[in-house]
Design a binder for this molecule. Structure first.
Ligand code: ADP
Ligand code: MG
Length: 125
């Protein structure tokens, strides 16, 4: 489940990504932000979360991980959208299309709410 929500004053953009996957214990969730931590075989770096966290912090925002082993994970990244180091959001629809096409067995739910969009999408509907 992916949420991309802009606040009314366009000051902050909150990205939340929630899954019902493996989850992480507390120690692992801490390590997950380390650019050299990954549990993927044959891979020595796991840059995803660390880059996202860096991008959020560069705007004066933050990233937090709520996770329970065996239950799932929620990542929340808050960006200060008017900060000069804010990265462009990019084409959300194109990204979703690629995600869904590449992982047809996974259900993706997107809530995308900004001043320009109020969009809900469920890949299983
Ligand atoms: N949603 C998640 N559920 C369970 N484990 C996760 C999740 N996201 C990240 N992790 C753990 O943190 C590690 C680092 O994640 P990430 O920065 O995305 O790099 P990568 O996915 O390339 O390994 C992963 O290898 C995995 O062990
Ligand atoms: Mg990853």
């Amino acid at each position: 489940m992916i949420g991309l929500l802009e606040d009314q004053n366009r000051d902050t953009l909150t990205l939340s990504i929630e899954d019902d996957g493996k989850g992480m214990d507390e120690q692992m969730a801490q390590k997950a932000l380390d650019p050299f931590f990954t549990t993927k075989d044959g891979k020595k770096i796991g840059l995803g979360l660390s880059l996202l966290s860096q991008a959020a912090r560069q705007t004066g925002g933050d990233l937090k991980i709520d996770s329970k082993r065996g239950k799932g994970t929620k990542i929340t990244a808050v960006f200060n959208a008017d900060h000069p180091d804010m990265k462009p959001v990019g084409d959300v629809f194109e990204t979703m299309t690629a995600l869904v096409a590449g992982n047809p067995a996974t259900q993706f739910i997107l809530d995308y709410k900004t001043s320009d969009y109020d969009y809900h999408f469920d890949s299983f509907e």
